[in-house]
Design a protein around this ligand. Structure first.
Ligand code: UDX
Length: 454
């Protein structure tokens, strides 16, 4: 009899993608796959292998909560509203297993933010593992958060922005999470409850790899008494395409446009799935792109600007940039980053975006918004030295200069060379004997050794 793995992705794009890549990877190692999913941002089963089983977990969220821009409040609401329905769905699946002698459940793999659902699984006697979709640095920060509060680094004081956080070098106070509209209490609770569940799980899986975060991984291993599996970059290890798990339909026509551009000439601009800005920033970005003189591909999500669900770019923008740029509501990002015409990536520094850029060797222009993005930008700029950070308010003159530096100047070329080195390391770690390759073997062995339900 085979073993079945249950997956519970958090229903946001940056969390869905790595969880489905992990499912694909473990499916290829012979596990049967079941996905528990909310109605909110639910996956389309037709996009996945026929053998995957999908079990809906009703979330009963009112529309006002679903459309909240406060992602942390939404995650708490989802934990609360899904707890009982998850208990029922999981309980049903477990009794089916007993009656029908189906593949026995080896464990449930949760996104780190599903704290209430992890507690349910443990109560039902099922082993749990946790996928933290961010990097090792951000998980260290999660664990250190109470200490950072106690020591007064948080809430962030303007006068302390450049001070080093000695507990988490090389982060400075300004690299700690910015919360935009979330309250510090709500964020602190999310992290504390997540870490508590990780500590009592059977293992922590991280979408990172040893050669970019080796000391950060060592620190996690010292602080946790459970096994840690750094098995990224997950998107390079799965057979699933990005389009399969995309919540928005990517505009593929931009690929033909990229074919017509010179090598390494285009700046690709995307701020991920959740970040939003004020209308003034959108205008400054537009001017920066227009004045840089370089070709660009810009993802303008319908809800990219705060308070709007449909964005119209100013008329002058079309005139100023005619024939030199493309604007799309959603792009096939991995394909775009691997296109030879792309020379730079202006990003919000979501962890998936950074890993995807590293794997394709594309240097970055960083405009972090919230959460782990500020810390990620610090690593891109200061540790790996493969990107420029736009500090302070986004302003047309500074962005124009930064684009020119990244695409056409010596500093940009040097970053591209260092990126080529990181790209090679990312490829090596997944090859036979590489660090992620070995960690995956280790993970599979550990899952197979887990005791059936206690
Ligand atoms: C969020 C947080 O912003 C991020 O900091 C955290 O690490 C994960 O959750 P998100 O804003 O979605 O993530 O950014 P990111 O982690 O970069 O994930 C976005 C995903 O959407 C990437 O896989 C990217 O390739 C994909 N994407 C983005 C597209 O497919 N098309 C696009 O046009 C833009």
């Amino acid at each position: 009899m085979g073993r079945r793995l249950l997956f519970v992705p958090l229903p946001f794009q940056g969390h869905i993608n790595p969880m489905f890549h992990l499912a694909s990877l473990l499916h290829s190692r012979g596990f049967a796959i079941t996905i528990f999913h909310t109605h909110f941002n639910s996956p389309d089963p037709d996009n996945y292998p026929k053998s995957y089983r999908f079990i809906p977990v009703p979330d009963n969220l009112p529309d006002t909560v679903r459309s909240s821009k406060d992602a942390v409040a939404l995650i708490h609401a989802l934990n609360k509203s899904c707890q009982a329905s998850f208990r029922d769905s999981l309980g049903e699946l477990l009794s089916e297993e007993e009656e029908e002698e189906e593949e026995s459940v080896a464990c449930v793999i949760f996104d780190a933010h599903w704290y209430a659902l992890q507690a349910v699984a443990k109560k039902l006697g099922v082993a749990t593992m946790v996928l933290r979709t961010g990097n090792a640095t951000s998980f260290n920060l999660f664990m250190a958060f109470p200490l950072l509060l106690e020591k007064g680094y948080l809430p962030i004081q303007e006068s302390q922005l450049d001070a080093l956080v000695s507990e988490l070098p090389p982060l400075r106070v300004k690299d700690l999470p910015r919360l935009m509209i979330t309250s510090l209490e709500s964020f602190t609770e999310l992290l504390a409850r997540g870490v508590e569940q990780v500590r009592t799980s059977s293992g922590l899986i991280l979408n990172t790899f040893d050669s970019i975060e080796s000391s950060e991984l060592d620190q996690i291993k010292r602080d946790l008494s459970i096994p840690v599996y750094p098995i990224g970059p997950l998107h390079k290890l799965s057979t699933q395409t990005q389009t399969q798990s995309s919540l928005l339909a990517p505009d593929q026509s931009c690929m033909a446009w990229l074919d017509s551009q010179a090598p390494k000439s285009v700046i690709y601009v995307s701020f991920g799935s959740l970040a939003f800005m004020d209308p003034n920033e959108l205008v400054e970005i537009a001017w920066g792109l227009a004045n840089s003189g370089h070709p660009f591909l810009w993802v303008v999500r319908p809800n990219l600007v705060h308070g709007s669900d449909r964005i119209e770019l100013p008329k002058w923008f079309e005139e100023e940039t005619r024939g030199r740029g493309r604007v799309v509501p959603w792009a096939p990002q991995q394909e775009v980053l691997s296109h030879p015409a792309v020379g730079g990536f202006w990003t919000h520094c979501g962890w998936n975006s950074i890993l995807e850029a590293i794997c394709e060797g594309v240097p970055m222009l960083c405009r972090p918004f919230f959460g782990d993005q500020t810390g990620n930008a610090r690593y891109v700029n200061h540790v790996w030295k493969v990107g420029i950070v736009l500090e302070g308010k986004v302003e047309r003159g500074r962005t124009e200069r930064a684009i020119k530096t990244l695409i056409a100047e010596r500093e940009g070329d040097e970053m591209r060379e260092r990126m080529a080195d990181l790209k090679a390391k990312a490829a090596q770690c997944t090859m036979t004997g590489g660090s992620s390759y070995l960690a995956i073997d280790n993970l599979v062995d550990s899952i197979l050794a887990l005791q059936p339900r206690s």
